[in-house]
Design a protein. Sequence first.
Lengths: 438, 548
Amino acid sequence: MKFTFKGGIHPYEGKELTEEKDVIDYLPQGDMVYPLSQHIGAPAKPIVKKGDRVLAGQLIAEAAGFVSANIHASVSGTVKTIEPRLTSSGSKVNSIIIENDKQYETLAYTPNDKPLDELTREEVIDAIQKAGIVGMGGAGFPTHVKLSPKNLDDIDFIIVNASECEPYLTSDYRRIIDDSDKVIEGLRIVLAIFPNAQGIIAVEDNKPKAIKLLQDKLAGDARIRVNAMPTKYPEGAERQLIFANTGRYINSSMLPADAGCIVHNVDTVYAICEAVREGKPLTERLVTVSGDAIKNPCNIRMKIGTNYQELIDCAEGFSKDPAKLVAGGPMMGKAIYTTDIPATKSSSAILALSEDAVAEMEPSACIRCGRCIEVCPGRVMPNKLATLAARNDIDAFVKNNGMECCECGCCSYVCPARRHLTQMIAGTRKLVLANKKK
Amino acid sequence: MAELNLKISSSPHVRSKDTTSDIMFDVMVALMPALGFGLYLHGWYVLLLTAVCMLTCVGVEALFQKGMHRKVTVNDYSAALTGLLLALNLPPKLPVWMAVLGSAFAIIVVKQLFGGLGQNFMNPALGARCFLLLSFSKYMTSFVYDGVSTATPLAILKNGGSVSIRDMFFGYTAGTIGETSTIALLVGAAYLLIRRVISPKIPLIYIGTFAACIAIYALTKNYDVAEYTAAHICGGGLMLGAWFMATDYVTSPITPVGKIIYAIILGLLTFVLRIFGGSAEGVSFAIIISNLLVPLIERVTVPKAFGADAKAKGAEDKKEIKQEKEETTAEPEEVDKTAKTPTDFKGVMRAVIAICLITLFMGAALGTVYNITKEPIEKTEQQAKEEAYRKVYPLAYEIVPYSEVYDDVDDAAVLEALNEKIHDAGYTSVTIDEVMVALSDYRAGYVFLVTTSAGYGGDIQFALGITYKKEVTGLTFLKISETAGLGMEVTKPEFVDQFIGRLVSEFELHKGDASEFYQVDAVSGATITSTAVVDAINAVLICVKGEY
């Protein structure tokens, strides 16, 4: 069986820049910024005020409802102010700013060594919720919500998404290589609260070392299997990942749980392990700082809230003038115009590219080559959708499955006419979603 | 910190290297072997013709876009490619001005008037070829091979002759500049496949469907199936069309299923046009007709989105329970279906009605034009006839109807009697349309207007002058649509002159070895046409008593 899907592309991977380098531990020096909205759902409510002294690991903003997440300080210091700050999304978000006292004084955590079969569902969910864990692959969906589907018994698969199909990114790979035990333990904890579920760790076959390591560690484990998927972007897109590994389909109106699946990122399962076993809140993550304009591309274990500039400096700064900085991977990440941005729970990468052809690309007429349709993992017709989007024909856009687009960027990548298909479609999708909310 | 000069754009931030101009350039590169072979076969004039086509296309596009205040986009090479493709579809000796006209037509009428690159509804090069074919059919269908005008292999095949598959495969036959060499075209196609510019789907299904039809046809006709099919695959524009024109992005369906349907239609149409059509070739017309069907094909082959049929786990069970409870209520799915069909049906009906209205309007317009032009056309036809009569009887000072010379004779009655006579003699396919008396001081005689239905490409009508002594004075054709290079050759002096001045009661057809005064040589490769003409002349000869 081949764990794959129809469509997709093979962009330059760029993973060799960082994949075999040791992870660098970085302690931040400057002020820390904690946006109150690092997740999907209601922004967290600050529970500290200006002048308060906080310790690393201390709760500074609490979830404002079920679909929301706690936020903890990752350093010790004093609350400087609470004000809107620019984030990688491009908009200003109300944030708690803490003046770092460089003492890194940490709260004491209470570990939990109960055997897996004695862990209760409430215990696990509570620990995850308290730790403020959200999906660390990029979307930032609160993990405790994901783990509380209505149909608990219908969940057949817990899938750990280790495909890491975005070019340049290697943090998940490093996480598996360095902390495979904790990753596996995290998955086992989740499996413990879903008695009917099987575990799958899905890895792209361009990471043979990770596959080998996991297989060796999981030899004899009947509940968890490691699937080596053919390398292809976007193998890690949730819907495609579920299909590739289970043969089940979901569409835009469904959640993975509707197909009996729950998907977690590697770093998320790692965080689950730390939260449940050590009582540690989510204050750290791995971030890949890479690209041809970075002097020493590497993975950094950093404190959430660290300024991007500090992280770039940690990678020895720029080797040449970057033409473009991207928060996230090159396919779906966002271009940023300043380095004065805080790293958040879902910051997976900072890329500095010395050349950028995209910003100046002049789109030309569609020659109907059909490549966008060939590569579209959502099997929609990007050329048609883009035309409808340009015409602002929202009804026809929805009718032609515009909402099934996952904005993976494959169509724009292949388009020989250099049309900004993904951008046009994504814009209209946002419009449709906004109209729905009204 | 140094000031960063950062660019901002929407994701994705990396793009593949392929651009439109790369694709167009690749196709041009892939056509080089075919062009090279044409050059080798026909000499430098081919290069001139190709250059003229390409330059005209590029120039006209640039001028048009400038004139329309649009961005000039000739650097995407699409116009140059159109020029090259058109050149490869032209006969090697076409006058330059026709090539210029064709190129301008391709770019302005077919491409730019419909919105330029990506918007044209048919392949510009093929549109232009068909335009030239209809406008200058004589030039467009006269092919030269080895300096001699020759029929194409398909035409020979259609006339019952035999061809060398080996020559056809390598390209040593008559045809357009780029279509003859199967191997050169396949090399180009391989290049495109390797470069992933085209997928083999359309060409293979197209050629496969066509070959299957041809093979079945050959079976029913008791031909050598393998040879006949191979000749049809290598012959004509099939290879050039299937690999380079049917795969044209703009004018082929964009949907995966649509491509299959399109290719099958192409195969069927090509078969029908080649076998049952008036011409031996059918690829160009098959492709442009199929091009027109593309929007319709795409409409019905919209791909299903990923997970379109997915249902939430457990949802089905709930639905079933619900159904059990309220058995009378219709299934929600069914409601969806019926709700969807009417809109689609409506759309199709609207399209059908629109097409019908357009057809009606066009029909009415054509009818009006026909009526307006009917009289002048009849006048011209009458003039042509009179001219032909004078030509076949140069000695006559006047050519008049029978009834003018003999008082109590009715022209219609004379015709009826003559036709009865020749039919009784066994010439059933020959009809005498008119008989005239040629008055001459020197030698009087008759002029016959004769039609024979035994030709290859429909009725052949000719005028024949005969003295009362039975000496043929002239022969000229008024209506003939035989195969170019073969049947059409009967109109040439080499054939016609064989009859003139001869005084015989019956001509005998020979194949190249005529020696006696009553024997004539058939046009080689066109036995059917030659026989038809000689039979018709013989039929006329029995109508003239003759005096020796």
